[in-house]
Write a protein that binds this ligand. Structure first.
Ligand code: FES
Length: 60
């Protein structure tokens, strides 16, 4: 599933970056080589990252 349509970033990419320590969608996007454009994806990206961070915490 795409989280960010403008940049074609997938949920999996965002999740992996959150697990790797990225703290915000902006940080994750910059690692992927872009940045937010329209910004509509940011609430969903934040939610995906929060879930990934939470599952990292509980899996340790
Ligand atoms: S959908 Fe991500 S910046 Fe537009």
């Amino acid at each position: 599933m795409y989280v960010c349509i403008c940049n074609r970033y997938r949920e999996r990419d965002i999740r992996d970056l959150a697990a790797g320590g990225a703290k915000s969608p902006e940080e994750a996007y910059s690692v992927l080589g872009g940045g937010p454009r329209c910004g509509r994806c940011l609430p969903l990206a934040r939610q995906v990252m929060d879930e990934a961070a939470a599952s990292e915490t509980t899996s340790r």
